[in-house]
Design a protein around this ligand. Structure first.
Ligand code: NAD
Length: 481
């Protein structure tokens, strides 16, 4: 296992590894200790300019566009293969800068490879249509790339989230400038190294780390980008959308969530407890589609709570590199926020069944796995995203009430339900307002299934075949023969 982190990392722009143009550096810390572990070049507006110019030059050169689609696909396969060489280092940096558990850190590599191979395999299968117009006319459509795709990635899953968007962009002939997250930038640098070794053309992929308020705003507002993929919070998403509106460019918006799972009385309660615990405690709840609300029929409420609490209290909490079950939150700020929202829950009258505070005696930003009971749907803890290991359990009496509670937030990323009754499952799935509905297993779905939000959780889809359509625009060609 790698324990030494390289002390300094450069940005990857135009096929070269470069310092910040203004000489600045950003410190990266380990959330499990609070201690700095390395520095990265600080990308500013000037570096974003250089990166966009490199991406534009590459796009205009048509090097990707003129490549037969199957060769663009082969390029994705080569990047995936190259990631094998970096697997140990990727797993380590995911623990050290991101706070992932070792198992999760290791899991990021095959997941990322699957995205690359999935979209690599689709590169030569995105076909246009021929539209009949009658004698003497020929009409067909082309999936044209947008051009330079600007991508902004959050800290919680930078490698797979970044790689899946880059893969969609490249196989459709776009070029990319990606602003990596300042809290956990390292795995995407290793991805850029894999791109370089795989022979990705210079300028096709540019990875710039910088602060959101500096490099992020500069990228979203840049005059020479054609497309934005943003994954992050609703508030930041709104500011990115305002910048995009100025230049009328399309966006894929993957934003936050407050996803609820409904537990009907006939559900397998052992399955419910295991699925609900995984759904909220994986990566300490720092997953956009975490199951942060559990909406439980009153007749099984106490039973579900006691099983869930037992699961929460059985988890080991500590540094991911030590293979604990639950790692830290990303920052002191985020830990303060989660704790403060827990206190708000208590003051609004919710009961803490377990957890509710940081873990005493550990140096990093560790939050105890937390279960709230006696929660009303209008409480702040039932409406606001924690982005931490906190689940609120809300009772219901009728199916209509359960659906109303599940749909009763601003978000619409994911929803779930647990029942053995297929008719009930289909009926409720139809009425839940969410981009994905999980039945009897939180996160049922994967690389192949479209993922994205409704309502304030955003729009556009990543993952699955559908994602590719977010990276192309239809061009119609009509010909008088
Ligand atoms: P964030 O919005 O603070 O930051 C996301 C990215 O945007 C970072 O790279 C950041 O540097 C950049 N950024 C910040 N301010 C910016 C600005 N003004 N202009 C341009 N870029 C800016 O989010 P976060 O804290 O990194 O991530 C957590 C949030 O992301 C949660 O709300 C979570 O639900 C959401 N998320 C959503 C998905 C999804 O697929 N729907 C996936 C992961 C995370």
């Amino acid at each position: 296992m790698i324990t030494e982190i390289r002390p300094y990392w450069k940005n990857y722009i135009g096929g070269k590894w470069v310092d910040g143009s203004e000489g600045g550096r950003l410190a990266v810390s380990n959330p499990a200790t609070g201690q700095p572990i390395c520095e990265v070049a600080r990308g500013t507006a000037r570096d974003i300019d250089t990166a966009v110019a490199a991406a534009r030059a590459c796009f205009n050169s048509r090097v990707l566009l003129d490549m037969p689609p199957h060769e663009r696909g082969a390029l994705m396969f080569r990047i995936a293969d190259e990631l094998d060489k970096a697997a140990d280092e990727i797993a380590a940096v995911e623990c050290y800068d991101n706070g992932k558990t070792l198992a999760n850190g290791r899991g990021e590599i095959p997941l990322t490879q699957r995205y690359l191979r999935y979209y690599g395999g689709m590169a030569d299968k995105l076909e246009g249509r021929q539209i009949p117009l009658g004698a003497g006319l020929l009409d067909y459509t082309i999936h044209a790339p947008y051009g330079v795709s600007a991508q902004i990635v959050p800290w919680n899953g930078p490698l797979p989230v970044g790689a899946r968007s880059i893969a969609c962009a490249l196989v459709t002939g776009n070029t990319v400038v990606l602003k990596s997250p300042e809290d956990s930038p390292l795995s995407l640098f290793l991805f850029a190294e894999a791109c370089e070794r795989a022979g990705v053309p210079e300028g096709a992929v540019n990875i710039v780390c910088g602060l959101g308020a500096e490099a992020g705003t500069a990228l979203a507002a840049h005059d020479d980008i054609d497309h934005i993929v943003f994954t992050g919070s609703v508030e930041t998403g709104k500011s990115v959308l305002r910048a995009a509106a100025e230049r009328v460019i399309p966006c894929v918006m993957e934003l936050g969530g407050k996803s609820g799972g409904i537990v009907f009385p006939d559900a397998d309660l052992g399955q419910v407890a295991a699925s609900a615990a995984a759904g909220i405690f994986k990566h300490a709840g720092q997953i956009c589609s975490a199951g942060s609300r559990l909406i439980v029929h009153r007749s099984v409420y106490d039973e579900v709570v006691s099983r869930l609490v037992a699961k929460a209290e059985a988890l080991s909490v500590g540094p991911g590199i030590d293979d604990c079950d639950l790692g830290p939150l990303i920052s002191a700020r985020q830990l303060d926020r989660v704790e403060a929202l827990c206190r708000a829950g208590v003051s609004e009258g919710a009961m803490l069944a377990t957890g509710g505070t940081r873990v005493a005696g550990l140096d990093g930003y560790f939050m105890a796995p937390t279960v709230f009971t006696d929660v009303r749907p209008d409480m702040r803890i039932a409406q606001e995203e924690f982005f931490g290991p906190v689940v609120v359990v809300i009772p219901f009496d009728t199916t209509d009430e359960a659906i109303a509670i599940a749909n009763g937030t601003d978000y619409g990323l994911a929803a779930g339900l647990y029942t053995r009754d297929l008719t009930l499952a289909h009926t409720v799935a139809d009425r839940l307002v969410a981009g994905q509905v999980y039945v009897n297993q939180w996160w049922a779905g994967g690389v192949e299934t479209p993922f994205g939000g409704m309502k304030r959780s955003g729009y556009g889809r990543e993952k699955g075949q559908e994602a590719l359509l977010g990276y192309v625009q239809t061009k119609n060609v009509g010909i008088k023969l």
